[in-house]
Design a protein. Sequence first.
Length: 198
Amino acid sequence: MSSDTQFTAVGPTAVGFQTDGANIARGAEIKGRDKGALITCPSMKADGVAVLAEAAAAPAIVARSELNDAVQARAVAPGKCGVNASGQPGVFGLGRGDRGGVFRSDPDADSSLPQTAQISLNPNLATGPGTRTDFTPKALQPTEGAKLPFAGREGDLLALNLNGKDVCLFLCVRASKGRSRAAIWKEVLLGPPATGVA
């Protein structure tokens, strides 16, 4: 029940707490010592979400953390995604002074799990894939790779536009070590070029 130190809505009503008005700038400001808000939804329905955020123009949710990840998501049910996003594009990562995204699979956390790929691309069905042919790709000469990053982590993928028309993909095979050892990169050699069609 409500008191001077706590508000409790027991219903029956569709909305337990509601604010609305032309002169209300913020619908609510909630602050707690350990958690700002704890929101749960016991419904097992597909649309039984704990939080539904909607905005007309600005992002529906903006998160900021001074010392940790701004957003952490974890799915408990096997086969379910920690984050499921859709849009145009579905996911966009911008690294400010670091990588745009880091993907990791960790079978060591449970010895019963097999090795898995860090990322999976769901292939589109090709209607006219063509035929296989022999092709020997040309590797980039080491002198042309002088501008590859000194710093790198094993598994880093780096796409470079070398001369305004050729894009090369490099994989870091040995990590850098401080300022004493540069990362070693190897070019990912690809097949012959194919022109897209409308």
